[in-house]
Ligand binder design. Structure first.
Ligand SMILES: CC(C)(COP(=O)(O)OP(=O)(O)OC[C@H]1O[C@@H](n2cnc3c(N)ncnc32)[C@H](O)[C@@H]1OP(=O)(O)O)[C@@H](O)C(=O)NCCC(=O)NCCS
Length: 137
């Protein structure tokens, strides 16, 4: 398994698996280097997509590993690859979030050094609070 910056060959796979954003947004993120993929024998098995809060703080929007290969270190490898790249770009804080009723990803974030920093609700769009995490480098 290796982690790499996503390339155009991964776009169809990302469009199919990153269902939270539109295909147009996936293409935009790819062109800006905001996707990383984990691949096994050239087949993607997971991805990490980020953006920038305030234009300066890297915000990991979504990390996803295919269910059959979870808990084998792939999510952590994606995270480490992303963190190293963000540190090289001068980041002092890293940020992520997950829904309050998702204890499993929250446990994973904490295990990787992220601490809870607050919650936001988004009215009828998302009644369940979104829990934000930061990591100071
Ligand atoms: C969260 C996710 C990315 C973690 O990736 P992963 O490759 O499965 O995790 P890793 O193998 O790198 O890390 C495993 C460790 O994380 C923690 N962990 C991972 N999944 C867990 C779970 N379901 N319950 C509790 N702890 C969990 C454990 O400490 C585990 O170590 P262990 O197996 O030795 O107990 C993956 O489970 C996933 O894609 N989940 C669905 C999508 C999602 O919820 N994404 C996060 C929202 S942004």
């Amino acid at each position: 398994m290796k982690v790499e910056l996503a390339a155009i060959v991964h776009l169809d796979w990302l469009k199919a698996h990153d269902v939270h954003v539109s295909p147009v947004w996936s293409a935009r993120c790819l062109s800006l280097g905001e996707y990383r993929v984990a691949v096994i024998d050239a087949e993607p098995v997971g991805f990490l997509r980020h953006s920038w809060f305030w234009g300066t703080i890297p915000y990991m929007e979504l990390v996803l590993v295919l269910a059959p290969v979870r808990r084998h270190g792939i999510g952590t490898a994606l995270l480490k690859h992303w963190e190293a790249a963000m540190i090289l770009r001068g980041a002092r804080f890293l940020m992520t979030s997950s829904m309050a009723d998702e204890p499993e990803p929250q446990a994973w974030h904490r295990r990787n050094g992220y601490r809870e920093t607050g919650q936001l609700t988004f009215g009828s769009m998302q009644p369940t609070p979104e829990v934000f995490f930061i990591k100071e480098i």
